[in-house]
Design a protein around this ligand. Structure first.
Ligand SMILES: C[S@@+](CC[C@H](N)C(=O)[O-])C[C@H]1O[C@@H](n2cnc3c(N)ncnc32)[C@H](O)[C@@H]1O
Length: 208
């Protein structure tokens, strides 16, 4: 996918939404994952990928392409995914916060041995910055617990967080479970948005 740089935030919103429609992706969010993938090549052919907060489905579509026919993608979301998906993708409707709390249910629903765990989860926003970032942090903590339990050693974690008071704590937690971390705000994020992506690579055998 080639990126042409749009000029301002209004064009940005339109540009990526129109591009997603033209390229038949379910949402403009796909270009955030695309930018991360172009830069770090974390999803490889044959990989098992877990996508937390997967609806409406653009990351599922993209991860399935990158992992190829021999790869497998499992998505989880509170909402149903309405688009038709490739054969190597499976979706479960559920609450990631519950799964992170229930170890047996987590193991049964998700399994293990993933090479990449993605979380683009976002809470329903209230407009109150502290509340929204605290809820985002809670989702990130759950995503990290699931990543720690389900990733193979050496695996990678990509997680969206709304920057707020707990941001540094979360960075520290990711650092304790992975050999390296990166923090990236993809070009296609709306400039006014507080969202940012933390990437952990080289999942440690022990950690958290
Ligand atoms: C920004 S959307 C994800 C977009 C997706 N990456 C895509 O490209 O289509 C955030 C998603 O997180 C989901 N979400 C929020 N809280 C959740 C939870 N506790 N468990 C599961 N999914 C959750 C929402 O339902 C929403 O679909």
């Amino acid at each position: 996918m080639k990126h042409r740089n749009p000029q301002n935030k209004y064009q940005t919103a339109d540009f990526y939404a129109r591009k997603a429609k033209k390229e038949e992706f379910a949402a403009r969010s796909v270009y955030k994952l695309d930018e991360i993938q172009q830069k770090y090549r974390l999803i490889k052919k044959g990989d098992k990928v877990l996508d937390l907060g997967c609806a409406p489905g653009s990351w599922l579509q993209y991860a399935a392409q990158q992992a190829g026919n021999k790869g497998r993608v499992l998505g989880i979301d509170l909402k149903e995914v309405a688009i038709s998906l490739p054969a190597n993708v499976r979706v479960v409707c559920g609450d990631v916060l519950d799964l992170a709390d229930q170890k047996e249910n987590m193991a049964r629903t998700i399994g293990s041995g993933y090479q990449v765990v993605l979380s683009d989860m976002a809470p329903s926003t209230t407009g109150h910055k502290e509340t929204d970032s605290a809820r985002s942090y809670q989702l990130c903590v759950a995503a990290l617990a699931i990543a720690a339990a389900s990733l193979a050693e050496g695996g990678a974690f990509i997680c969206k967080i709304f920057q707020g008071g707990d941001f540094e704590d979360f960075v520290r937690s990711v650092r304790s479970a992975f050999d390296r971390i990166k923090i990236i705000k993809p070009q296609s994020c709306r400039k006014e948005s507080k969202e940012i992506y933390i990437i952990g690579t080289g999942k440690k055998r022990e950690g958290l």
